[in-house]
Ligand binder design. Structure first.
Ligand SMILES: [Zn+2]
Length: 308
């Protein structure tokens, strides 16, 4: 069911943990925010220019995680799993204070973020939520990778297919409807990597905080984590989780039927750019009731004026 009104957290929610790539401990605090604020990161370790809006135009790197950066060069990275938890729980507005550059990876999934958000609860706000729909298919191809979105007025449905040479991951695929399906497996699915890639990733200064406690590691035909996978399609389910978090960077709740072949953070971000370049193909709506949507006209260039 689609929500009519915007929501924020009803009280502060705090998390602490190690950053996957930096290996540094950081503390994150989700604070309530007014209507139409959207999601804003605030680096509390810095005194000036420390606000970074969660918007796809602020994405400056998609190398193994999504990094946001404001015009002063201040960054926040590995935002996608918390953003996915924010998307799935239904938060529209929040200030996210963070004590360093990288968000904690927790257990590599969105589970701990979501469990805590659910425990504390959300507060309904007075303004209506804005949904973004597409009137026609918008697609993007890059070699064998591709991503597209087609009209679907009532939900966000994501079909994702991987294409790994590794036999354990292989061509795993799944389709998830974020409005209709049980999202437990998506929420619980952890980030993953190939054992053979770990040295390469560490050489470029990433994955310093990575371990079997926060990632699934696959070595040729076996999974190195003692307890194996949390669900049969954990690899592709994690990619679907990533996509939901990256989609929240549109500043709207996107409704549509998404197909992605072997994509990731970069391809999702390129699709968001393409969607907003096709303004005549977009509809922005609010809901009058759960079933009736009303097209709205407003100046969304304001919405895209980021780095507030
Ligand atoms: Zn991820």
């Amino acid at each position: 069911m689609l929500e009519i009104f915007q929501k924020t957290v009803s009280e502060n929610i705090t998390f602490e943990g190690i950053g996957l790539h930096s290996g540094k401990i950081s503390t994150v605090k989700i604070l309530p925010a007014n209507e139409d604020t959207g999601i804003i990161f605030k680096r509390v370790d810095l005194e000036n220019n420390n606000i970074i809006k969660a918007n796809f135009l602020n994405v400056t790197s998609t190398k193994l995680c999504t990094t946001l950066e404001n015009t002063h060069g201040v960054k926040v990275s590995t935002v996608e799993h918390l953003l996915a938890a924010i998307y799935i729980s239904g938060i529209d507005n929040a200030i996210i204070e963070i004590s360093g550059e990288e968000l904690p990876i927790m257990d590599g999934s969105a589970k701990e973020f979501l469990d805590n958000i659910k425990k504390r609860g959300l507060k309904k706000q007075n303004k209506k939520r804005k949904y973004l729909k597409v009137k026609e298919k918008i697609e993007l191809k890059d070699g064998k990778r591709e991503i597209s979105i087609q009209p679907n007025d009532t939900s966000l449905e994501v079909s994702f297919q991987l294409d790994y040479k590794n036999k354990v991951i292989g061509k795993q695929k799944n389709t998830v409807d974020f409005q209709k399906d049980n999202l437990r497996d998506v929420i619980n699915s952890r980030t993953f990597c190939l054992y053979s890639d770990i040295e390469k990733i560490k050489k470029i200064g990433l994955a310093k905080g990575g371990s079997l406690d926060n990632a699934v590691v696959v070595d040729e035909d076996k999974i190195l984590n003692e307890d194996g996978l949390r669900n049969k399609k954990e690899f592709v389910n994690h990619k679907i989780l990533d996509l939901s978090g990256d989609f929240l960077l549109s500043g709207y709740r996107i409704l549509g039927k998404v197909y992605c072949y072997h994509g990731g953070h970069e391809l999702t971000n390129l699709l968001l750019h393409k969607i907003f370049e096709r303004k005549s193909l977009l509809k922005f709506t609010e809901l009058d009731s759960v079933y009736i949507s009303k097209e709205i006209k407003f100046n969304h260039s304001h919405k895209l004026a980021v780095n507030a």
